[in-house]
Every structure is written in structure tokens, then in C-alpha cells.
Design a binder for this molecule. Structure first.
Ligand SMILES: [Zn+2]
Ligand SMILES: [Zn+2]
Length: 399
């Protein structure tokens, strides 16, 4: 590591600030960041919040809409300030130290600027911390070691882990009211569990038959996934030069998220209904088993971004359960450890680490991380990555 750092610093010090921001002065670069960072952040997050509105569908109340818009505003403001500060501090470091070095180039600016995300609302902070932990896990899984190779290389192992995570997440949502995005809401029993009441019947949907309940979930989630597929298709079209052919190509719309969402919910609701009808186990256990079965969908639609999200969510659920069960402890050290605000220490460090890994070893970063880094910094992180990779190649050639 020390050697790599030395090698890195030697070859990086030959690069000027203008090399990174393509021939324009630092002042111009900061003005550009102030203008374009908010726009690129908006481009990234507007579809996400639009999806949140579409997801609520007919249940959308005035309060919900107000909350979503408040979170949207908070997300745009804090993410833009974070991006602008990161770009600004990177230039400031070069002015102070007269040259760039391995950590002053992006690690420290990113660490420093990540603190501005704490200005956002609780929901936005939760979303960004989950995303950053997800990216961190992604970089770990792409490394060249036995554990990551085993998980990354085997669909069966991934599916088994995803099933466990799915069970934990939906259990956490139903038992502890855990927040955070997941493919579906937990099924809840609506009829009291008096024996006579629900014998030979399912106790979750008083006004619907089991078939209709499953079908309703599948259709609703297919539409949700279809919206994401359409957005992806639009993104692909926007990257190509426009012509009449671009719009008529059938290949533009690839159905992926639609079937994935509906398969997950279909499996979840169908298994839950069957288990309830045949009284396989007590209500809560039936729910956990159904949530576990729903995880089988990963086998047919292996989506690593979703896998990482599930693992992070499951870990956070476990931690929350640990906190709840340990809340009554008398031990002062345990109490302090349980209540320590880990997010405030870990989030900036992991954010900085992820963006640092992106510029030094881009092969360890997934497309989602790349998109987030670029939208925060208005593509500055990719510009830095390209220059740094060129410098590394040049340095290795000289050795
Ligand atoms: Zn500069
Ligand atoms: Zn049912």
C-alpha cells in the first residue's frame, strides 16, 4: 500500500489542475459546478421521486405528496452542495499543497463534502447511506478473493443469500415497521385469528379471493417495473444519435424489471396464501417462509444491484433488532455501543472510500455507483478517473 501510494503520488504530481477539468481555470470549473451539479443531481433523482409518487398510485394523499416533494427538495439541495464542495475542495487542496496527491485529490474532499448530506431529511439520509453501503458491498464483491469469487460466481449461493435477506427484510417491515425501499410491502393479516373465523381461508384479504389477491400484486408490480424499463429505454435512446430508426427499434424496450418485480410479488403472495390455507405453520412463520420463497426470483432474474441492496437492508434490520432487544440492558458500555451514531462516522468515510476506489480501481465499481458519483460531481469523478488511469499506465510503462 505504501509503495502504491508512493508510485501514485510520484505520477500524480506531474498532473495539473487543468488536466482534470479539461483546460478551463479553477474559477471557471467552480462556476460550472455551481450551475451544472444541481442539474445533473436533478436528472438522477427526479425519476426516483416520480416513481415514489407512481408507486402510491390511488392511495396518494396530500400529506404523502407534500412529504415526497419535501424529500425531493432536500435531496437536490444537499446532494448539489455535496458535489459542488467536493469539486471546490479538490481545487483548493491543489492550491494549498501546490500539487495533487493520492488522498488530497478526491478522498479528503469527498469525506469533507459528504458531511453536507447530514443537512438533508431523515428519509434522504437513510436513502443515501443505504446506497453508499450498497456500493461498498459491491466493491467488496468484485474483489479477487475466495469469498467474493464464490458469491459472485455462483447463482445458487446468491439465491440462497437473497432468500434469507428477503425473509429478514419483510419480517423486519412487518414486525418492527422498518423503513426503506423494498420490492413490496409486507402482507398483513386483517382477520382475527380465531379458529372459526379463518379456517380453510386466508386471513389477509377479506374482500378478495386468493387468486385475485395474487393477480392484483403481480399486475401492480409489473406496472412499477415497466416504468423503470421504459425509463431505461429512454436513457438508452438519449445516448444514441437521433433518427427515426432509434424510436422504432424493438430492442430499445427490454422487459427486465417488470417481470422481476411481478415474479417476486407473485411468489411471495402465492406461497403466503397457500401456507395460510393449509395452516402449515403459525401466521408469523408462514409469512417468513413466504418471504424466503419470494427470494427465489433472484435465480431467474439475477440483479446484483438488488442483491446488494437486500444484503444491506437485511444487515440494517438485524442491527435494528439487536438494538431493540438490547434496549433494556443495564450495562453502560453495551448501551453506549448500541446507541452510538455510527452513521455520522461511517457514512462520510465509506462515501470517500468508494469514490477513491472508483478513480484508482474503476473495475471494482458497478454502473450504479458510477452514475451516482457522476451525478453528484457533474462527471468530474470520471474525468479524474480517466486522467489517473492514464497516469498509472504511463508510470507503469516508465518503470
Ligand atoms: Zn482546479
Ligand atoms: Zn390468500
Amino acid at each position: 500500500m505504501a509503495n502504491f501510494s508512493k508510485f501514485f503520488n510520484e505520477h500524480l504530481s506531474t498532473l495539473n489542475c487543468r488536466d482534470f477539468h479539461e483546460g478551463i481555470s479553477c474559477k471557471r470549473h467552480i462556476i460550472n459546478s455551481c450551475l451544472y451539479c444541481p442539474l445533473s443531481v436533478m436528472k438522477m433523482f427526479t425519476p426516483i421521486y416520480l416513481l415514489a409518487i407512481i408507486r402510491k398510485n390511488r392511495n396518494l394523499t396530500k400529506e404523502d405528496l407534500k412529504e415526497i416533494l419535501l424529500n425531493y427538495r432536500s435531496c437536490i439541495i444537499s446532494a448539489s452542495i455535496t458535489g459542488i464542495t467536493c469539486n471546490y475542495v479538490s481545487c483548493l487542496h491543489r492550491l494549498f499543497f501546490r500539487k495533487h496527491s493520492m488522498y488530497t485529490l478526491i478522498f479528503i474532499p469527498a469525506w469533507y463534502s459528504a458531511h453536507f448530506m447530514f443537512l438533508s431529511t431523515k428519509a434522504v439520509l437513510e436513502m443515501s447511506t443505504t446506497a453508499v453501503y450498497q456500493h461498498f458491498l459491491d466493491t467488496l464483491l468484485r474483489r479477487n478473493n475466495v469469498v467474493s469469487k464464490t458469491i459472485y460466481g455462483s447463482k445458487a449461493i446468491q439465491t440462497a443469500i437473497f432468500m434469507l435477506c428477503s425473509a429478514l427484510i419483510l419480517y423486519g417491515k412487518s414486525a418492527f415497521n422498518m423503513k426503506g425501499f423494498w420490492l413490496t410491502k409486507p402482507n398483513r393479516s386483517t382477520i382475527s385469528e380465531k379458529r372459526g373465523d379463518f379456517e380453510h381461508r386466508c386471513n389477509m384479504h377479506p374482500n378478495l379471493s386468493c387468486g385475485n389477491f395474487v393477480l392484483e400484486g403481480v399486475c401492480k408490480n409489473f406496472l412499477m417495473g415497466l416504468v423503470i424499463d421504459c425509463l431505461n429505454a429512454l436513457k438508452r435512446i438519449s445516448k444514441r444519435p437521433l433518427s427515426t430508426k432509434t424510436w422504432t427499434k424493438k430492442r430499445n424496450l427490454r422487459l427486465y424489471w417488470g417481470p422481476l418485480f411481478s415474479l417476486y410479488v407473485g411468489l411471495y403472495r402465492l406461497t403466503h396464501c397457500l401456507l395460510n390455507r393449509f395452516h402449515v405453520a403459525p401466521g408469523e412463520l408462514n409469512h417468513i417462509l413466504a418471504a424466503c420463497c419470494a427470494g427465489l426470483s433472484h435465480f431467474f432474474y439475477p440483479e446484483m444491484a438488488l442483491f446488494n441492496l437486500a444484503a444491506v437492508h437485511a444487515f440494517l434490520t438485524l442491527w435494528r433488532m439487536f438494538q431493540i432487544y438490547g434496549a433494556g440492558t443495564e450495562n453502560k458500555i453495551s448501551k453506549a455501543l448500541l446507541n452510538f451514531p455510527y452513521t455520522y462516522v461511517l457514512y462520510p468515510l465509506i462515501q470517500a472510500h468508494c469514490i477513491h476506489i472508483y478513480i484508482t480501481r474503476p473495475q471494482l465499481c458497478g454502473p450504479l455507483q458510477l452514475a451516482v458519483n457522476n451525478s453528484f460531481t457533474n462527471n468530474y469523478s470520471t474525468a479524474i478517473m480517466k486522467k489517473v488511469q492514464e497516469a498509472i499506465k504511463r508510470g507503469k510503462g516508465l518503470q
